[in-house]
Design a protein around this ligand. Sequence first.
Ligand code: ADP
Ligand code: MG
Ligand code: MG
Length: 359
Amino acid sequence: MRRKVALLFGGRSAEHEVSILSAGNVARALDPDRYAVTPIAIDKETGAWRLCPALAAGEAPAMGQDGPLVAFLPGGGGRLAILSDAAALSEPFDVVVPVLHGPNGEDGTVQGALDLAGVPYVGSGVVGSAAAMDKDVAKRLMRDAGLPMIVPFLAATARRPVSYADAAAALESRTLFVKPANMGSSVGVSRVTDPAQFDRAAAHAFGYDEKILIERAVPQAREIECAVLETPEGELRVSPPGEIAPAAAHGFYGYDAKYLDPDGAALLIPAALDAARADRMRELAARAFAALACAGLARVDLFLDPADPAGIFVNEVNTLPGFTAISMYPKLWDAAGLAPPALMDALIAHALARHARAV
Ligand code: ADP
Ligand code: MG
Ligand code: MG
């Protein structure tokens, strides 16, 4: 029997476009003999959910404006309320695959709606999603769990602003990173070295979130990423680390280097690390995943200070990592022998097992 899969994509987020690219790859990785995939497009401006036609094998979902408005019905056991002229209910879905990046999707909001609906879904629940999305909360939890080497940071809000001079003094660095607390794909992230740049960067980051993070810059940071996958039984598998080498022209791994410039970064799989360091990073990745109460999957991103052999920093945990053609998460598992279709099987098996345990 084919399982009915709802693929949630798009989303009211600055990462809407990335989500569409990810959703195409996820759809292609779902074996059409085993899964009947119905995309649900989430509008970027309004956040409305619209039902799309079921996908043919190999077909990628596209944003459409004309499908009926839909919502998962609280207590509906996976039934969608179809809110056209006369409201109707769909057949229940077996599982939802949220392919949403950033706020309003990766941050626990959609997960809460799916919990209320009583439908299994891939990935972390409300708390894990929200904790990992908020970089301030995430760093506090990781610090509290005794995870070493969190880059020194400050959080600022409109009510509690921070000046460049105070931040530079507190963080003992003139080079700082300024970023929205809740965002991803490097949207709103700047590197600054003076007060004027800092003020511009803070205003820019406040355009995306009411809380921003100011961090000490790790000089020449090497960017190492580990893919974490939870088995249906709750054991964590961590891939060997990969490395992102942004092209020199980009300075750091910003949005352009990630998505707009095809030569913006090289993915090195596996990362060139000695075995002891690679093991240490995998161990830290698993501990970060657990500290943030993540479930199912996450990509844990770390920095390595090339000048300091002990300088390993957990940067962030992404609970719905990119699944685009150039994305690290599926590539790391592919290199470890788990091709995208087997990876999707594993993620769905985890979602179903977790749901069965919870009810
Ligand atoms: P996002 O969730 O948007 O990916 P990140 O915190 O990963 O946010 O920041 C995006 C990129 O900015 C990182 O991949 C890295 O290239 C650079 N960066 C961010 N913070 C620092 C830091 N403290 N030191 C050095 N580079 C950083
Ligand atoms: Mg991120
Ligand atoms: Mg990042």
